[in-house]
Design a protein around this ligand. Structure first.
Ligand SMILES: NC(=O)c1ccc[n+]([C@@H]2O[C@H](COP(=O)([O-])OP(=O)(O)OC[C@H]3O[C@@H](n4cnc5c(N)ncnc54)[C@H](OP(=O)(O)O)[C@@H]3O)[C@@H](O)[C@H]2O)c1
Length: 224
């Protein structure tokens, strides 16, 4: 067990990377507060797991989730902003509908959720954002405009937040989890859930550098 990390909050923990990471953290003796849209995780429970209902695209829901966490009387060593949607991987032309729906969760929701929990994060703690290498300038391609831009905006927010929180020694890190076999990544993705989750765990416990983009697949920092 990593002694410096005792309590972690994970958003979007009902599925995919969020669920995998929740299980990994629990297996390492870390307590997890999991945010899911239903307030449940299907067929899973654990004595060190608290599940709180939360839709990060909804301000009222964020407020309610924040109150629930405060009622637990727990402070966080790490906030993992994992909840995300990928709605336009097949599209090249941005539409208002897909832009708004994507940004509501991946950008506005993620930012507002983070702001609501800033005072709950311990000095010396960290904030992680599940970003994507698809958002990096050198990897740009015409598809997935809303998804790429929504994550690029989060990269910028992460750097700005790292500057704001430097005095509290809170590290802020956007990271690429690899192209992972999940509902979003699809069955043919080259990285297994276990590989990605182990990489994220290693990054959280050993590697993250504030204000830098961390690539789990390459196990190194990358330029934006
Ligand atoms: N898989 C990849 O290859 C890959 C690559 C790069 C980055 N990422 C990023 O990694 C993160 C996790 O992706 P994944 O592959 O695990 O996707 P996933 O299997 O589709 O899971 C996404 C999770 O986010 C939750 N979620 C979506 N919108 C939400 C909202 N408004 N409020 C609360 N929860 C919400 C989902 O909840 P429901 O179950 O209720 O839908 C689900 O638990 C995302 O941010 C994604 O952009 C993934």
């Amino acid at each position: 067990m990593n002694n410096s990390i005792k309590n972690v909050l994970v958003t979007g923990a009902s599925n995919g990377i969020g669920l995998g990471l929740t299980k990994k953290l629990l297996s390492e003796g870390i307590k997890v507060i999991a945010i899911t849209r239903s307030g449940e995780i299907a067929d899973f429970s654990h004595p060190n797991l608290t599940i709180i209902k939360g839709d990060i695209s909804n301000e009222e829901s964020i407020k309610h989730a924040s109150e629930q966490v405060k009622n637990l009387g727990v402070t966080l060593d790490c906030l993992v902003n994992n909840a995300g949607v990928g709605l336009d991987f097949e599209n090249e032309i941005p539409t208002a509908e897909l832009m708004n729906a994507t940004f509501a969760t991946n950008t506005t929701g993620t930012v507002l959720f983070t702001e609501a929990f800033l005072n709950d994060i311990n000095a010396g703690g960290q904030i992680v954002f599940l970003s994507t290498a698809m958002s990096l300038i050198r990897n740009l391609a015409p598809n997935a405009p809303a998804y790429r831009m929504s994550k690029a905006a989060i990269n910028i927010y992460a750097v700005m937040l790292s500057q704001r929180l430097a005095d509290k020694n809170i590290r802020v890190t956007p990271l690429h989890p690899g192209w992972v076999q999940t509902r979003m990544g699809g069955d043919t993705a080259p990285v297994t859930l276990e590989q990605s989750v182990n990489g994220i765990y290693k990054a959280i416990t050993e590697n993250t550098q504030t204000g830098k983009f961390w690539n789990i697949e390459l196990n190194t920092v990358e330029e934006f």
